[in-house]
Design a protein around this ligand. Structure first.
Ligand code: PLP
Length: 409
């Protein structure tokens, strides 16, 4: 097992300094850093095997295709999926959710219901809200008071007309872990399709799909040590078969005549156009890296850091942490009385600490928690206890500075 120092050395960017200080990167919920070997995998693909996939009968194209398909196999193994046909490459979580929403659309009619939780990122909220409006479906939002999914309220809205339930595994605002296995079981009893947004979970909960039995699972590579611009839509084979393609073009067809087009098999039927094969190589390497590091080890480190983050931030004078769910992973958002989150983040930045501020694409959840904006600190397994201390000291200093300037605290 690697020491924390050795783990950190795997990530070149963590050596960076900003404003003359050692960078403390605590915005991992927005994007994680890349291990050097993930970058090497991307560069290696570009340097040695750059060619379009599935098209050429020449060496380079075959190599490029092999790298893409190897990545698909790796993702399949990582998730415990039943075959490469269940893994579709997309542009990211947002793209994956939209693909499912559009793909399920023909099967929905007026009077059907779509259920989401109030904690959803806009990417797993707005596509369903829009779909409901287009098809005349009811759109139900399950409340999550204090960041905890309200199972009773869920049971109350669940009925024979519920056709889709879309929930996050881990909230990007509060870090709440939603009970996706129980949600799936209850939704399946009513015959509803379950879509899980795994963006904040996939790095440390690779067993989500197996344990929950959900029908679709969406995530982005850039939140699991891969690069931006690529993600995955997992779908149970039988469910995937029912999904209408939402994009049409090259790569997803078998035959095209002036009168008719026949579609390819899965997963290609859902991958129109040239896939992001360089991104796929990076994702494959990221999966290798995460597997080698070990999901249990990653979860253990991140849980310990989250507990420390929660405790230390909660002790800072003037700070109110948003939500107190029983299970929380990786993320703590907070407000400072009378101060805009942007001012806090800007002052932290000048002290070398990168955190996120604003609405975090979760306006419904923020409002439910009585806030309009928040500061969010989020850890990954390469962060350290010392970095959390630095954050808290820098935060105390920032609050003192804002107070002395009459920030209204
Ligand atoms: N869902 C959750 C829970 C997220 O945290 C994010 C990104 O922060 C997304 C969806 C959207 O991911 P992407 O922008 O990579 O599509």
């Amino acid at each position: 097992m690697k020491t924390q120092e050795e783990l950190r050395r795997d990530f070149p960017l963590l050596q960076r300094r900003v404003y003359g200080r050692q960078l403390v990167y605590l915005d991992n919920a927005a994007t994680t850093q890349l291990p050097g070997r993930v970058m090497d995998a991307m560069c290696g693909h570009m340097r040695k095997s750059n060619a379009n996939v599935h098209r050429g009968a020449y060496c380079l194209s075959e190599e490029s295709t092999r790298l893409l398909e190897q990545a698909r196999e790796k993702v399949c193994g990582y998730l415990g999926a039943h075959g490469a046909g269940e893994i579709v490459f997309t542009g990211g979580t947002t793209d994956s959710v939209n693909m499912v929403a559009r793909g399920l659309e023909p099967g929905l009619t007026e009077g059907d219901e779509i259920v989401v939780s109030s904690l959803e990122h806009h990417s797993n909220f707005v596509p369903w809200q829009q779909l409901a409006a287009r098809r005349g479906c009811a759109f139900r939002v399950v409340p999550c008071p204090d960041g905890e999914f309200d199972m009773r309220a869920f049971e109350a809205v669940l009925g024979e007309t519920t056709k889709v339930v879309a929930v996050a595994s881990v909230s990007n605002l509060t870090g709440s872990v939603l009970p996706i296995a129980e949600i799936t079981r209850k939704a399946h009893e009513k015959g509803a399709v379950v879509v899980v947004d795994g963006a904040q979970a996939v790095r440390h909960r690779p067993g989500d799909i197996r344990e929950s039995g959900c029908d679709f699972y969406c995530f982005s590579a850039h939140k699991m040590c891969g690069c931006s611009g690529i993600g995955v839509l997992y779908g149970k084979r039988a469910r995937m078969e029912t999904l209408s393609p939402t994009a049409f073009g090259g790569g997803m067809v078998k035959t095209v005549t002036p009168h008719n087009t026949t579609m390819e098999e899965l997963p290609y039927r859902l991958e129109a156009g040239t896939p992001n094969f360089i991104g796929a190589s990076a994702l494959g390497a990221a999966v290798d890296y995460l597997k080698e590091t070990g999901a249990d080890e990653i979860a253990r480190i991140e849980r310990a850091l989250t507990a420390q983050l929660w405790e230390r931030l909660g002790a800072v004078d003037g700070v109110r942490i948003l939500g107190s769910p029983e299970k929380r992973e990786g993320i703590v958002s907070f407000v400072v009385k009378g101060v805009h989150s942007y001012d806090i983040a800007a002052l932290l930045d000048k002290q070398g600490v990168a955190v996120r501020s604003g609405t975090h694409c979760a306006q419904v959840a923020l409002r439910e928690l009585g806030a309009q904006h928040a500061v969010r600190a989020s850890v990954a397994f390469y962060n350290t206890e010392e970095e959390i201390d630095i954050l808290c000291r820098a935060l105390e200093k920032s609050i003192r500075m804002l107070k002395s300037y009459g920030g209204g605290l």
